[in-house]
Design a protein around this ligand. Structure first.
Ligand code: ADP
Length: 326
């Protein structure tokens, strides 16, 4: 998926010159027998929009909850502007804005009151009215939180994270439940935060969102860091390409899977979609031609982050697979 916005992304020497404001080192967190986070390390630079992607239950929320001081790691270390979120949570709260989960707000509290209250906790807050307006929920100012729709609650929770004018914002599932136009509006809010130099950690399961907004993404899978790079680099490294075509006669999945480079085979009616690496089109056309099968209505697409995500998480699930590390 392409996007209309094209953020500048730095790599190599330019990135080295930047200052890491968040450092996570060998983070481990267990819930009883469940290892939710297993040795995850990364750092986030000042002003960076850093995405955390991964399947459900991978350990994303636990990771950001440890960064914001809501959870205590079993081992490893976290530093946010040189401060430990576990030892000094009150100081962390002053400059880290966290998107609250729905249940964390009193249901009868009106939106405007909630914003004013949150703004009052900080020394240099943003104007609550302006924040509500930028998120398209100004009309809900006098409405009790419990009466809001899912999408409105979502926007108010973002407003609450931002009203304190934080240096760092941690946003978990930013646009879940929002319609496409609302998503674009929220993306524009994040772009404005980028312009103001706010560092953002964005947990998302939308790959287009990560591609559009994030300078780098960490893919966490089964409690471990599986990839860490720009969305483009991860897509190029693992995204491969996808071909859709109609064969002149049905070809079974096993035969298609055996063609060099083919990794995923899907079918819909007469049409077949294969995803894989290398010179996929040539390999496919030649292999099918050798079986007397012609290919028509061929469409090719270069891999994006979505493809890379599917490939990397699926590969990691199969025995003998290797981790891709930046
Ligand atoms: P994600 O955000 O990637 O969906 P989570 O960090 O929420 O993943 O969860 C990671 C793992 O930890 C999952 O197996 C989840 O069931 C488990 N888990 C999360 N929170 C708790 C909790 N409070 N108590 C017990 N297990 C939990």
């Amino acid at each position: 998926m392409s996007s209309p916005m094209s953020p500048i992304r730095l790599s190599g020497a330019a990135r080295d010159a930047m200052t890491a404001v968040i450092e996570v080192s060998d983070l481990v967190k267990r819930y009883g027998a469940t290892v939710a986070v297993d040795g995850v390390s990364f750092s986030v630079d000042e002003g960076e929009i850093f995405g955390i992607i991964g399947p459900n239950g991978a350990g994303k929320t636990t990771t950001v909850e440890c960064i914001s001081g809501l959870r205590v790691p079993d081992s490893g270390s976290i530093s946010v502007h040189g401060i430990s979120p576990q030892r000094d949570r009150d100081r962390i709260r002053e400059f880290v804005g966290v998107q609250l989960q729905e249940s964390a707000l009193p249901p009868r509290l009106r939106v405007g009151e909630a914003l004013e209250l949150f703004a009052s906790f900080y020394s240099n807050p943003l104007d609550p009215q302006g924040v509500l307006e930028s998120l398209g929920v100004k009309d809900s100012e006098r409405v009790a939180f419990r009466k809001l729709s899912g999408g409105q609650k979502q926007r108010v929770s973002i407003a609450l994270a931002l009203v304190g004018n934080p240096k760092i914002a941690i946003l978990d599932e930013l646009t879940t439940g929002l319609d496409p136009e609302a998503r674009r509006n929220i993306w524009a809010v994040i772009e404005r935060m980028r312009e103001r130099g706010v560092t953002v950690i964005l947990v998302t399961h939308f790959m287009d969102e990560a591609e559009t907004l994030c300078d780098r993404v960490a893919l966490i899978n089964r409690a471990r860091l599986q990839a860490l790079d720009t969305p483009q680099a991860i897509a190029a490294q693992a995204g491969g390409s996808t071909l859709r075509f109609v064969p002149s006669r049905p070809v079974d999945e096993k035969t298609l899977s055996a063609i060099p480079g083919v990794q995923v085979v899907e079918r819909k009616d007469r049409s077949v979609t294969v995803t894989g690496t290398g010179d996929l089109a040539a390999a496919l056309i030649n292999a099918l031609a050798a079986m007397g099968v012609q290919v028509s209505e061929l469409e090719a697409r270069r891999g994006n982050l979505d493809d890379a995500f599917i490939r990397l998480t699926r590969d990691a699930a199969s025995p003998g697979s290797e981790e891709v590390q930046a």
